[in-house]
Design a protein around this ligand. Structure first.
Ligand code: LLP
Length: 454
């Protein structure tokens, strides 16, 4: 295989031109490199919008079939900028934020507070106050301490009760890597639905605490089971557990909460041959299983919501690098690996180092006819774990000055980027119909020095 383009894991706007050079959103990569430099994150706007709209349509249609409403929140932690918040909102999504900073970006984009959710296991009073100031539509509480803190804040400010969802852990553990699986018990998120020692479960205790507080309005129950999930059954099991908890709360208090959020985690393709979760299929499966569960429990269906992040922005993004050095390294008697160093690394994509995440790369400035050899794409940081792509076949004639693209880096790339080794963080540029637009400019060394007080 000399190229996987077009096709997954690349965005739909990626093609090779007659000479074999990559074009994305109608823009040749050579032009991108000349205009914005490398490394650069490149977002295919049409692809991102289509994925956002695709999730909204798939879930709206499937849930309408069973008589339930549904909202799709874009999880801004995957990548958020003012333009991206606007795009997803224009496509009919709401925005899920996980900090005061993300909330500020969504607000700057003009997303109404009512269409924003605020998450976090340790929100500060300032973050909670910002949410209240802007009428954020749902604050997802994560502990009993937070229930008290939020109620006290509302009491001291006056005004309407705060709309609250309680984040619960259902015991369902799903996703690609232990650090990104959030619904098993021994971790910091949510309140467990498991009752122990004859006491109410932590989840039930929190729900009762919210119901009792006049400063809070219990909107619903929230469950997020993990990330990069490729087996959809976890969503169905978790949804059933949440609906049971909702029915138990109704039996205890007469309060039947209006909303249930099933979180994010929809998996994408990172490598050629991998198959992403299909939104139409998963929406249908989840809708029919929640309908069956609600019927068994004898409760009407709530309004549902979901929070995809990666599945909206991940495949829409690629990272463009320039090759600097190439070095053959003997791994053992039989194997040689070509180490290809690019002008970025673990500061612009920490996922390989942090999670062992696998990516796909290609030489994209030209189409080489050279045989392909085993290669490893590495960065320029002072650390041997600074790996961008562990294992990939690249043309044997890959050389300094070649442009190299890594696919599917739109999610958790720029949003988890650092300034390690005082590298400046790359720009995020959007491409669409042959136009290039900078969403976030490249950082400069002056930016780094500006916060150094000497
Ligand atoms: N909702 C909640 C409450 C979440 O905690 C998350 C992700 C999402 C939605 C969105 O999940 P997604 O659809 O993007 O999988 N840094 C890791 C992923 C961490 C995810 C944390 N929570 C990574 O690079 O894989």
């Amino acid at each position: 295989m000399t190229t996987s383009i077009p096709g997954e894991p690349w965005s739909t706007g990626v093609a090779r031109d007659g000479a074999g050079a990559l074009v994305v959103g109608g823009v040749p990569v050579a032009r991108l490199a000349a205009e914005v430099g490398t490394p650069a994150y490149v977002l295919d706007e049409a692809d991102l919008r289509a994925r956002a709209a695709g999730y909204r349509r798939a879930f709206a249609a499937a849930f309408a079939e069973v008589g339930a409403g549904v909202d799709v929140y874009y999880a801004g932690k995957a990548f958020l900028s003012v333009a991206v918040a606007r795009w997803v909102h224009e496509e009919g999504l709401r925005v899920d934020t996980a900090s005061g900073g993300e909330l500020a970006v969504a607000l700057r984009a003009g997303v109404p507070g009512a269409d924003i959710g605020l998450h976090g296991n340790n929100k500060s009073d300032d973050e909670l106050a910002l949410a209240l100031d802007h009428g954020v539509g749902r604050i997802i509480v994560d502990s009993l301490v937070e229930v008290e803190r939020l109620a006290a804040l509302v009491r001291s400010r006056g005004g309407d009760p705060a709309p609250v969802m309680v984040r619960v852990t259902t015991g369902v553990h799903a996703g690609g890597h232990e650090y990104i699986s959030t619904a098993h018990e021994d971790q910091k998120f949510g309140l467990s639905v498991a009752a122990r020692d004859g006491q109410d479960s932590p989840a039930m205790q929190a729900l009762l605490a919210v119901v009792e507080r006049p400063e809070l309005r219990l909107l619903g129950i929230h469950s997020h089971i993990g990330s990069q999930i490729l087996d959809p059954s976890g969503f169905e099991v978790a949804a059933r557990v949440v609906l049971e908890l909702r029915a138990q709360l109704a039996a205890r208090t007469g309060v039947l909460v209006e909303e249930v959020d099933l979180g994010g985690g929809y998996g994408i393709a990172y490598l050629p041959g991998e198959v992403a979760l299909d939104p139409d299929r998963i929406a249908k499966d989840v809708a029919s299983s929640v309908a069956a569960a609600a019927a068994e429990l004898g409760t009407p269906l709530p309004r549902f919501s979901i929070e995809p992040g990666r599945a909206v922005v991940g495949p829409a993004g690629l990272t463009l690098y320039t090759v600097g050095t190439v070095k053959p390294v003997r791994v053992d008697d039989e194997t040689e690996r070509l180490y290809v160093s690019v002008d970025g690394g673990m500061s612009d994509n920490i996922r390989p180092a942090l999670y062992g995440a696998r990516y796909h790369a290609e030489v994209v400035g030209r189409l080489s006819t050279a045989p392909h050899v085993l290669a490893r794409v590495v960065g320029k940081h002072c650390e041997s774990g600074d790996i961008v792509v562990h294992e990939v076949q690249l043309p044997a004639d890959v050389r300094a000055g070649d442009l190299l693209a890594v696919a599917a880096t739109g999610a958790y790339g720029r949003s988890m980027a650092s300034n390690y080794n005082m590298l400046t963080r790359p720009p995020v540029v959007a491409v669409r119909d042959g136009e290039v637009r900078t969403l976030l400019r490249r950082e400069t060394v002056d930016d780094l020095l500006a916060i150094d007080q000497g």
